[in-house]
Design a protein around this ligand. Structure first.
Ligand code: CMP
Length: 140
């Protein structure tokens, strides 16, 4: 399996509770390297564009409002099979259904405030990484 990259976002519920270090520990203990990272406050335009795949969903408005409600940490995670590995580390979208030992089981609040986002495919990872980072900002 080749080394791969995925886009991760530590969401406002986690930055608000000051647990970004605890979450990064899950990634590093899980075998992923943080190859780029920055703390930013998304604009509404960025949130709407980033989540445009969900724009027809009933929760789209709430999701975007939530994502601009506080700072986020956007990250590039790198490692073997990083897209799938990160999704294992995060756990199910709804923290109530997440397995023990996952970020969302440990720290997620509800299906919206679920602490982390991770790309769902290598194709989307490339698009999502380019949304936030230039190549020179990523050091694996
Ligand atoms: P994420 O992995 O960032 O991808 C889309 C996000 O939409 C998801 O995590 C949740 O934060 C949010 N989401 C998904 N389903 C729901 C829902 N039923 N109600 C509210 N938010 C949701």
């Amino acid at each position: 399996m080749a080394v791969e990259r995925t886009l991760s976002i530590i969401k406002p519920d986690a930055t608000e509770r000051n647990i970004t270090g605890k979450i990064n520990n899950f990634f590093e203990e899980g075998g992923l390297r943080i190859a780029a990272q920055k703390r930013i406050h998304l604009t509404m335009g960025q949130a709407q564009q980033f989540y445009s795949v969900h724009k027809e969903r009933p929760f789209f408005g709430e999701l975007c409002d939530y994502m601009v409600s506080g700072p986020v940490v956007v990250q590039v995670l790198e490692g073997e099979n990083a897209v799938v590995r990160n999704r294992e580390i995060m756990g199910a979208t709804n923290p109530a259904q997440a397995e023990e030992g996952t970020v969302r089981k440990a720290h997620g609040v509800d299906v919206q405030a679920n602490s982390v986002h991770g790309s769902d495919s290598p194709e989307n990872a490339a698009i999502e990484i380019a949304f936030f980072f230039s190549g020179t900002e990523i050091v694996g």
